[in-house]
Design a protein around this ligand. Structure first.
Ligand SMILES: Cc1cc2nc3c(=O)[nH]c(=O)nc-3n(C[C@H](O)[C@H](O)[C@H](O)COP(=O)(O)O)c2cc1C
Length: 181
């Protein structure tokens, strides 16, 4: 059955490794008849959560002038949310962390977002796959809290420069992730 997928990227490098995997996933998902809405967080006007807890009280998800207000309706409507990012300092890049933090707005406003699927595509420079724990563990725990089902993860260590992903099976694995939807 055709699913609605929201893809949110976290890298500022448009020709980088996680974008290449993102493109491979989207191409595969669309070829299977799924619809994809993509947001490139690094190219959007996103800030951190102000913890004002006035979410949705002013008619929009975030009371501040933040592009999460463009993303929020699409997440509410989605069957699956796929997060893609590099590792920055053993953690989630600030660019996409702003989006993840704003998901708090659904909790504050009591919106029912349980039951979605969640996927993760991530990469890092170091060859040690446990470096990716810095993004994998918070995403998995957040998904569990939200009652989202982790349907797949593509975690690729050992890629630093633009193009390095082509020396790995990362894009093939990202495309194969679409089979799990
Ligand atoms: C600010 C910054 C911090 C980084 N921190 C880490 C790190 O902690 N561990 C690591 O293995 N790679 C780190 N990297 C390398 C990136 O994860 C790696 O280059 C990745 O392939 C970039 O993905 P992209 O091309 O999609 O942006 C860092 C890169 C930048 C720019």
């Amino acid at each position: 059955m055709s699913k609605k997928i929201v893809v949110i990227t976290g890298s500022p490098r448009k020709d980088g490794n996680s974008f290449a995997m993102t493109d491979a996933f989207i191409k595969a998902a669309e070829s299977k008849g799924h619809s994809v809405v993509r947001f490139d967080a690094a190219m959007m006007n996103l800030g951190g959560c102000h913890a004002c807890e006035t979410c949705f009280k002013t008619g929009k998800a975030c009371s501040f002038d933040d592009d999460f207000n463009i993303i929020a309706p699409e997440i509410l409507d989605a069957d699956a949310v796929v997060l893609t990012m590099p590792v920055y300092w053993y953690s989630i890049p600030a660019q996409i962390k702003c989006v993840i933090d704003h998901i708090y707005s659904f909790c504050v406003a009591g919106k029912d977002i349980a039951g979605k699927k969640c996927g993760l595509i991530a990469c890092c420079e170091e060859n040690d796959v446990t470096v990716l724990d810095g993004v994998r563990i918070p995403v998995e725990r957040s998904a569990a809290l939200l009652k989202w089902d982790m349907f797949g993860e593509v975690l690729v260590p050992g890629v630093l420069n633009v193009g390095d992903i082509e020396k790995t099976d990362g894009c093939a694995r990202a495309a194969a992730l679409a089979d799990k939807l």
